[in-house]
Design a protein around this ligand. Structure first.
Ligand code: PMP
Ligand code: GLN
Length: 378
């Protein structure tokens, strides 16, 4: 059979988690919390199942959930997405991203992405005949040069994908970044896919500048979010997509033949749980404490560290420890030092190696202490 993705390899998240399990290593690679989510949320799912909410949900999602997502977005970003026509509940952000790209991209269309980039963007673009145009952000600060971005726009450019807070670097886009993006997208008439799965994990008093806040940008953007990331349940694969009515109508044409609808009892539970804004507004300080605790434990290690501004990831620069490739270095750490991390060159254009590994600090205090003991010994 002729492969549709001849160059695709197994996702680094699958590779590193498997290697961690095989070598009995502490797993700080794939991004998932190792503590329990709120028992109330689990109870609400249980209750929804017992109450008989076990059949297909409406195609765009439970209306109660869509209403509360609409209120949340209005409160946070002063922008109303209509629950009937502008919000769709998805099987995680991954399915939303796949569906957006399937909706927009035809053969020959170009899509600008910022590398290091989350791993599902490029193969999905290729599946639909599109061409990925990477803009490489450079360690250690990963700042965007908007002139460089504009230089990559061609008459074939259809979509630009952003991710703020950014996985894996932990940078966030400033208001100025968003204004630059807005004028670029307007000038060249581009669509925007705004991957905002870490919307509620922002540190040091900074603000999350969603594309929803910028009227022209919002009129051409699809926003994706993830309840798995937000509520410590990555295995639930629940998320949603926001877009103006004309874009959402096209998204739903694809969504209905992709999954049709997603998990009913979890939607019922989330509709109830989201009524209490504290359930998500406290996450920034919760994770900032974890980041600060972890960084205080490894401050005397030989890794060079710039504190992450958001997400639950931290980049560690190992250039003063080893000149090995980041792939070799992370493999050796997993097998010999018993700690698994993510080598980030796999997310870069041409696999450029900045000697940076990514660790996930969404872990218990005990796990962070064990991790620090190992990292301090390297
Ligand atoms: N985008 C980014 C940047 C991610 O880190 C992830 C992983 N959560 C996703 C999308 C996919 O989210 P989900 O697990 O909800 O599919
Ligand atoms: N988003 C998670 C990460 O960045 C992993 C998701 C996955 O395993 N596909 O680690």
């Amino acid at each position: 059979m002729k492969s549709k993705l001849p160059n695709a390899s197994i996702s680094i998240f699958a590779v590193m988690s498997k290697m961690a399990a095989e070598h009995n290593a502490l797993n700080l690679s794939q991004g998932f919390p190792n503590f329990k989510s709120d028992p109330l949320l689990i109870e609400l799912v249980h209750q929804a199942m017992k109450d008989g909410y076990n059949q297909y949900a409406p195609m765009p999602g439970d209306i109660g959930l869509r209403e509360v997502i609409s209120q949340k977005t209005a409160n946070l970003h002063d922008k109303i997405y209509h629950p009937e026509t502008e919000i769709t509940v998805t099987a995680g952000a991954t399915q939303a991203i796949f569906t957006i790209i399937a909706t927009l991209i035809n053969k020959g269309d170009e899509v600008i992405i910022f590398t290091p980039a989350y791993d599902c963007y490029d193969p999905t673009i290729k599946l639909f005949g599109g061409k990925t145009i990477p803009v490489q952000l450079k360690a250690p600060n990963y700042k965007v040069d908007w002139n460089e971005v504009e230089a990559k726009v061609s008459p074939k450019t259809k979509l630009i994908i952003i991710n703020t807070p950014h996985n894996p670097s932990g940078i966030i886009f400033s208001e100025n970044d968003m204004l630059q993006l807005q004028s670029l997208a307007e000038k060249h008439d581009l669509f925007v896919l705004s991957d905002e799965v870490y919307e509620h994990i922002i540190f040091d008093g900074n603000t999350h500048f969603s594309t929803a806040r910028f009227p022209d940008l919002a009129s051409r953007s699809f926003i994706t979010a993830s309840f798995g990331k937000t509520f410590h349940n990555t295995g639930w694969k629940m998320g949603y997509c926001l877009a103006p009515e004309n874009l959402m109508a096209e998204f739903r044409k694809v969504h209905q033949f992709n999954v049709f609808s997603v998990n009913t009892p979890m939607q019922k539970a989330l509709a109830e749980y989201l009524q209490t804004p504290d359930h998500y507004l406290g996450l920034s300080s919760f994770y900032q404490q974890k980041r600060d605790y972890f960084l205080s434990l490894i401050k005397n290690s030989r890794f060079k560290i710039i504190p992450s501004q958001g997400t639950y990831f931290q980049m560690l620069d190992f250039s003063e420890i080893s000149q090995e490739s980041d792939l070799k270095f992370s493999e050796r750490l997993t097998k010999e030092n018993k700690i698994a991390t993510i080598p980030t060159s796999v997310f870069n254009a041409n696999q450029e190696d900045f000697k940076q590994i990514r660790v996930c600090f969404a872990k218990t205090k005990e796990t962070l202490q064990q991790a620090a003991t190992i990292l301090n010994s390297i």
